[in-house]
Design a protein around this ligand. Structure first.
Ligand code: BGC
Length: 635
């Protein structure tokens, strides 16, 4: 059957594309991913220090209506490892909380109780045969380092990060073969230092573009308390930045708030005291923040890699170190327009090339050097280049969504406020484009997060782009997933019977397999996320988990349909998308993907999901059997 026929069948609800775990090969790992601040809770337990997220979340009331312990993985980690095991995962990606290991961020504060906690977790994983992939920095910087020298705005962060990494390599090295230095340095640079919706909540670009700021303050370091409200979700497709009314936005469709009730009236005070990235500079231009934060993240990453390679890596390099980068996929809004085609490539440069180009080729992408104010983009001197270039054994890729992009010159009123990350790119982002006179959205299924539109085909485009432009690295998909609203009335159907998530994962796996077949060196896939969790500026209002967390009942765990689906898939039974799933992407598989369809359908249908799925039914007294039947026979 050819590709188009398969897609047509799928869309018509006919025989869908079946995939098998074994199609991916024996050395391909499947896992789920989490991050310390999003699941652990226990902020004051066993000597942990404050991170910038403790402060930011409290100041902005992000824990409402629950609290910082909500998911409580700190206490329940054994139960969570058991769940992973029952689903059938090979691997688990989690992050270590820097302030649990070094509460002040400095070696003098080394905290044995925090270290012991992760040893208990790693031991449990080992007992269950689950391989750890460990991230050192998933945004929870010790608050003390933010207070002392403005965190990642200062070059000193590289030394402190190196010291922290060294402790982790030493203490956990016997358990860990795969280290990830940083998670999504892009998001930390953009959402926390341009968009101010993530800790430490810096950046006033939007205030200036929307007219609440002035040219003068745009150019000075912020030293005063700010009472500017954090912007509540203007990003995706919003049009507050121009008068064209063409549906486009000059903003990255990134983190917006999903719940109108989450109020974030205050942002953290930025206590700049003159310390800066360049020791001779008196202050940092605020519009340079993301570029400087990026540079210092790369230096910190490189420092950790240097220490790892010098002291801990085995000669055969069985132990590996890498970095996790995020990117959307971009298509030109008008595929026949040369400017839009260049715009799509430039959008990739400003997202993932920003990191890959220095890591692989030793400098920022040519387009950034051309488009960004040279006073803002740090120069890559020889020492920095030497440290950064080639400092990875693998690249982790987080992929969630895609957009159409078009070339767009900044408007005069925007030019007046000064060059900044938003207008530097000369891009506009769109959720749809016109094809044969009809408006076609880039994807049909949406997450609860405004920015998340499912576009499975994008994972193929992104992986081929990385392979071709960045020396064909070893890649792990370290995150991919979709979220649901935490909506009381729809909780039962949209949360437990998460067919949208099943379709999302299934369709991405199809394209991932295709990428592998086209020669991409991809060796793993991690679902974001194992558990519903604290979704940053969206608080607990967005649910990304394979396992439902009942926040009102002691964070009780209830595996969802997607967990049951994955259990079947991982147990090597052919699985199809959930009935009624959108299949909005079409299925571009070659004949190999569908080849194993029918012979496995019977065993899949008779295979019980197992007892880890029984707790879910307790919630629905009386109709338990109906749901059980539904679950067991769905596939
Ligand atoms: C981050 C996760 C986050 C997920 C969904 C990724 O950018 O690494 O921490 O929860 O996306 O927004």
């Amino acid at each position: 059957m050819d590709m188009d026929a398969l897609a047509a069948n799928f869309l018509a609800g006919g025989p869908a594309a079946f995939i098998r775990r074994s199609d991916f090969g024996k050395d391909f790992v499947f896992g789920s991913a989490t991050a310390a601040f999003q699941i652990e809770g226990a902020p004051d337990k066993d000597g942990r220090g404050d991170s910038i997220w403790d402060v930011f979340a409290k100041e902005n009331n992000l824990f409402h209506p629950y609290h910082e312990d909500a998911v409580n993985h700190y206490e329940k980690f054994e139960e969570d490892v058991k769940l992973m095991k029952e689903i059938g995962f090979d691997a688990y990606r989690f992050s270590i909380s820097w302030p649990r290991i070094l509460p002040t961020g400095k070696i003098e504060s080394r905290n044995q109780q925090g270290i012991n906690y992760y040893k208990r977790l790693l031991t449990k994983l080992k007992e269950n045969g689950i391989v750890p992939y460990v991230t050192l920095f998933h945004w929870d910087l010790p608050q003390n380092l933010q207070d002392e020298y403005n965190g990642f705005l200062d070059r000193r962060i590289a030394e402190d990060f190196g010291v922290y990494a060294d402790v982790c390599f030493q203490e956990f090295g016997e358990y860990v073969d795969h280290w990830i230095t940083m998670n999504e340095p892009f998001t930390f640079a953009y959402s926390a230092h341009v968009d101010k919706v993530h800790a430490p909540g810096l950046g006033t670009v939007k205030d200036h573009l929307f007219g609440t700021g002035t040219t003068d303050t745009a150019k000075s370091t912020k030293t005063e308390e700010s009472s500017n409200a954090v912007d509540n979700g203007v990003d995706a497709g919003a049009d507050e930045d121009d008068d064209d009314d063409d549906g486009g936005s000059i903003f990255h469709p990134s983190r917006s708030t999903v719940h109108p009730k989450s109020t974030r009236n205050k942002v953290m005070v930025f206590k700049a005291t003159g310390s800066s990235w360049a020791s001779e500079a008196e202050y940092i231009d605020e519009f340079a923040y993301p570029y400087i934060v990026t540079h210092n993240q790369l230096l910190a990453h490189a420092k950790a890699v240097e220490i790892f390679k010098q002291k801990y890596q085995d000669p055969a390099k069985k132990k590996k170190i890498g970095i996790t980068l995020v990117s959307m996929w971009f298509e030109p809004r008008n595929p026949d327009d040369e400017k839009d085609k260049a715009a799509a490539l430039r959008a990739l440069d400003f997202f993932i090339g920003w990191y890959l180009a220095p890591l692989v080729h030793g400098d920022y992408p040519q387009s950034m050097r051309e488009y960004v104010n040279p006073d803002h983009l740090p120069k890559m001197d020889d020492a920095d280049r030497k440290a950064i270039q080639g400092s990875y054994d693998f690249i982790g890729v987080n992929y969630y969504t895609a957009r159409y992009v078009a070339h767009s010159e900044p408007k005069e009123k925007h030019k007046k406020i000064g060059r900044n990350y938003v207008t530097d790119q000369k891009l506009k982002y769109y959720e749809s484009r016109i094809e044969n006179g009809v408006e076609v959205p880039i994807g049909k299924d949406r997450g609860a997060s405004e920015w998340l539109i499912s576009y499975p085909k994008g994972i193929l485009g992104l992986l081929l782009y990385i392979k071709e432009n960045y020396n064909d690295p070893l890649i792990y998909i370290t995150e991919n997933g979709i979220d649901d609203h935490d909506d009381d009335s729809a909780r039962l159907w949209t949360s437990f019977f998460d067919r949208k998530r099943v379709a999302h994962i299934h369709d991405h796996l199809i394209y991932l397999l295709e990428a592998k077949r086209q020669g991409v060196n991809v060796k793993g896939y991690f679902v974001w996320s194992l558990l519903d969790n604290f979704e940053w500026n969206n608080g607990f209002h967005a649910r990304f988990g394979l396992v439902y967390i009942d926040y009102n009942n002691g964070a009780k765990r209830h595996p969802k349909l997607s967990a049951a689906w994955l259990k079947r898939f991982l147990a090597e039974n052919g699985v199809s998308p959930a009935p009624g799933s959108s299949g909005n992407s079409g299925i571009p598989v070659d004949s190999g993907v569908g080849a194993n369809n029918n012979n496995n359908q019977t065993s899949a249908q008779t295979n019980s999901p197992g007892n880890c799925f029984s707790p879910i039914f307790v919630t629905f007294n009386g109709i338990k059997d109906v749901f059980a039947h539904f679950f067991l026979n769905l596939f």
